[in-house]
Design a protein around this ligand. Structure first.
Ligand SMILES: [Zn+2]
Length: 233
């Protein structure tokens, strides 16, 4: 059997030089044995850190599953090879993968009482979560900045349109572009009516002048919404 799969045999035996030679000769990292194990599975099972390092260096996948759904990380955790577990994690090993029974590498490390492997897995998980949280915060910040940028853009567009409508540039007093164009004609009649009802008793002389003050045709004013300045245009 091992002659059919020389890389499996060399990996299981911890024969680093043969593994290196076979890899140079194009040996398949993804070949499976009868239990769907890769050479990496076998190197991990036998605890050969150097072989694991060279297989990982050749881009062996640390997340492949054997017939029981176990990855090389499950093997390392179960057998307590903490140094190898570290190598696998550094090579992109995912410690969240569950085997066919729904068990993670951490489950196996705990069950087999491998404190070093357990600690490493917990540490790795905490670091992963912290990195995820940081990424989440950065994304939220980027989204907020994008939202503000768009709001500013919308406001600038709105004001640009507005100023085209009014034909006004900026407030002569404060420079704001948030302006209103008001007519002293029709739009003021309601104010006038209010003045009529409430102020007629006391300000009747003014009321007599009101038509001349407010009904002057074609009188337009610019009004600044920022500082309240009003001027004739
Ligand atoms: Zn102003």
């Amino acid at each position: 059997m091992s002659q059919d799969r020389p890389l499996h045999a060399a990996a299981a035996a911890g024969d680093a030089s043969t593994v290196a030679r076979l890899l140079r000769g194009g040996g398949s990292l993804n070949a499976r044995d009868g239990q769907r194990r890769t050479p990496l599975h076998l190197a991990v099972r036998s605890g050969h850190a150097e072989v694991v390092r060279s297989l990982c260096g050749a881009n062996a996948d640390p997340n492949v599953r054997d017939s029981g759904g176990q990855t090389p990380l499950h093997y390392a955790a179960r057998l307590g090879h903490a140094d190898i577990l570290g190598l696998l994690v550094q090579s992109g090993g995912d410690s969240r993968i569950q085997d066919s029974h729904g068990h993670t590498p951490l489950y196996w490390a705990e069950r087999e009482q491998r404190p070093e492997a357990s600690a490493l897995l917990r540490q790795h998980e905490a670091a992963r979560q912290a990195a995820e949280e940081q990424q989440r915060q950065q994304m939220a910040l980027a989204q907020e900045q994008e939202r503000q940028r768009r709001a500013e853009q919308d406001e600038a567009r709105r004001q640009a349109v507005y100023n085209v409508n009014t034909g006004m540039g900026a407030c002569p007093q404060c420079g704001s572009r948030n302006l209103n164009k008001v007519s002293s004609g029709g739009s003021d009649t309601s104010a006038q009516a209010a003045t009529c009802c409430c102020g007629a008793l006391f300000f009747w002389p003014l009321m007599l002048l009101a038509p001349f003050l407010f009904r002057h045709p074609g009188e337009w004013h610019g009004h600044c919404n920022s500082c309240g300045h009003t001027w004739r245009i």
